[in-house]
Design a binder for this molecule. Sequence first.
Ligand SMILES: CC(C)(COP(=O)(O)OP(=O)(O)OC[C@H]1O[C@@H](n2cnc3c(N)ncnc32)[C@H](O)[C@@H]1OP(=O)(O)O)[C@@H](O)C(=O)NCCC(=O)NCCS
Length: 198
Amino acid sequence: MTLSAPAAMNPRWTWLPLDRSGSASAEPLVREWLGVQLGGPGAAVPIGRDPRGRPWLGGPLADWDCNWSHSGDGLLVALGQGIRVGADLEWRRPRPRALELARRFFHPDEADWLAAHGEQEHAFLRLWCAKEAVLKAHGHGLSFGLDRLVFADTAAGLRMQACDPALGSPSDWTVRELTPAPGYLGALAWRPRGAPAS
Ligand SMILES: CC(C)(COP(=O)(O)OP(=O)(O)OC[C@H]1O[C@@H](n2cnc3c(N)ncnc32)[C@H](O)[C@@H]1OP(=O)(O)O)[C@@H](O)C(=O)NCCC(=O)NCCS
């Protein structure tokens, strides 16, 4: 496989339609896109899975990382070099229990912010995507605890304000909010590969 892509800290990403009517898995589509990005056949991209199910890239791509998320009929895929990246995609549907869920699972400061927000369901989903993207980059997934990382809204979008030391330092993390397609919200989160965390 030719590593033709230039080294860059910012992940590249794509949104792809995913037909979920059958038992279609996302991985073949992911492979196809990764192959195009990396200059080789998708079938040859060395994708492994860690014990928690997180995908990783091996062999000559060991310095690269990818992650993907599916929701509704969409697939969000991210790829980066020298970073650990997480992706989350959420189909926008009514979420009348948004505040109740936030009070139960998010940090109290975030739930308070949501309670004062005019568009609660949208704000809830933005927070959810940002948090899940970070937890997927980290690799432990939601079971790590959505309340162990705290976001605040800023002029530049959601920014991590505090987190459990197991995630490293908030300043290690970059989060990019996305509207990848009409009716969907998403987020990418990444941090340099060398950043200390467990
Ligand atoms: C991983 C997790 C965040 C996925 O959430 P989701 O909203 O259902 O799914 P998404 O569409 O956003 O992401 C699914 C993709 O994330 C990836 N993924 C799976 N486990 C992952 C993990 N631990 N970390 C990061 N990414 C993971 C996979 O590529 C998966 O796609 P696939 O089903 O096509 O293989 C959630 O299921 C979770 O937290 N699981 C707990 C992980 C865990 O502790 N597992 C123990 C098993 S022993």
